[in-house]
Design a protein around this ligand. Structure first.
Ligand code: FE
Length: 335
């Protein structure tokens, strides 16, 4: 084998410099998150670093796109919501692990992958919307109480196989074991006012219409409904209840991001991730989208109180998702 000549070494050095220079310019993001949520953050990052952020927005198909582009993909980071989707991207083999001291310091361990495949950047609580008229203050306080006989025919939820519901069921499995969790899901199903249908907001609409008295939904829909003239009456008809505040805390999920495998602008991508996890980035993120920051010491949305969040590892929730989906089938949750 020949030793590398000086010329080759210099060429390699130049290539590295060229790569660094190219990296100084930009970072490419594939985002399932809507432009209004992330653009203010990316602008702040560009103002601070001079690194341009190019974004491809899509409602679906980004993981398939990353798969088909393979090593030729220009993407550096992928942004999505829900532990289910973050986990699916990792399983699809389109992301690569990254770990830095800043990310570990800024993001609680329960909200990031121990292997570094995904990082939670905001949290969302899965809480109860309850009828102001028909559910007394303190009438329901825990996920476990959803199966109480007094709520028979009075609860509305979306499909038990939607990612938001799957993560909640997975958290019940983690806390109570498979058997008790299945009895819980069957008990919840038995208390439903109607077949699961529609999204989180549709359940609140149903409460407003008198079809049910309690629904399960993500916290940020409360503000979204208040901001929409047609939906404001729905929101006005309910109270928000953060479950399990005297115990383990409310189930939370995340929006987050992963480094794309073979990211061409790796250093810039990591810089952006670290910025989003910083006090400055977290403050902007929470203000713009009404979610809760992942980092302690940064305030949450103005319209909702601070609350106690379950610290169960979302990596554990991800592991139990398959079981949660099978459980929804076994109890015929959507039937
Ligand atoms: Fe949502």
């Amino acid at each position: 084998m020949r030793k590398p000549t000086l010329a080759i070494a210099v060429a390699a050095g130049l290539a590295a410099l060229t790569a660094a220079a190219a990296e100084a310019a930009e970072v490419n993001v594939y985002s399932y998150r809507q432009p209004f949520l992330v653009e203010p953050l990316f602008k702040a990052f560009t103002d601070r670093t001079g690194i341009e952020v190019n974004v491809v927005f899509a409602k679906k198909g980004l993981i398939e796109r990353l798969k088909s582009e393979g090593a030729a993909s220009p993407a550096d980071l992928v942004f999505t919501v829900d532990i289910g989707r973050l986990h699916d991207a990792a399983k699809a083999g389109v992301v690569e692990p990254v770990r830095t001291d800043a990310l570990a310091a800024n993001i609680p361990a329960s909200l990031r992958d121990p292997d570094g495949n995904w990082y939670g950047l905001t949290t969302r609580a899965r809480l109860f919307f309850v009828s102001k008229d028909r559910v007394p203050e303190g009438g329901i306080e825990t996920y476990e109480q959803l199966t109480d006989p007094e709520w028979k025919g009075r609860i509305c939820t979306r499909s038990g196989k939607h990612v938001y519901m799957v993560a909640l069921t997975a958290s019940m499995i983690a806390h109570h074991g498979k058997e008790k969790a299945e009895a819980w899901l069957a008990g919840l199903k038995a208390n439903l006012a109607r077949r699961p249908q529609g999204n989180d907001r549709a359940q609140v609409k149903a409460i407003h219409a008198g079809q049910c008295d309690i629904s399960i939904g993500n916290h940020y829909y409360f503000q979204k409904m208040l901001d929409d003239p047609k939906q404001k009456p729905w929101a006005d008809s309910v109270r928000v209840v953060f479950p399990n505040q005297d115990g383990r805390g409310a189930h939370v999920n995340v929006s987050g991001a992963s480094l794309v495998k073979g990211a061409p602008n790796r250093a810039n991508a990591i810089a952006l991730l670290e910025f989003l996890s910083s006090t400055e980035g977290q403050g902007i993120y929470a203000r713009v989208n009404g979610e809760y920051p992942v980092s302690a010491g940064v305030g949450g949305p103005e319209t909702l109180a601070a609350f106690k969040a379950d610290t169960l590892s979302l990596a554990r929730v991800a592991e139990l998702r398959g079981e949660a989906v099978r459980m929804a089938d076994r109890v015929d949750y959507d039937g």
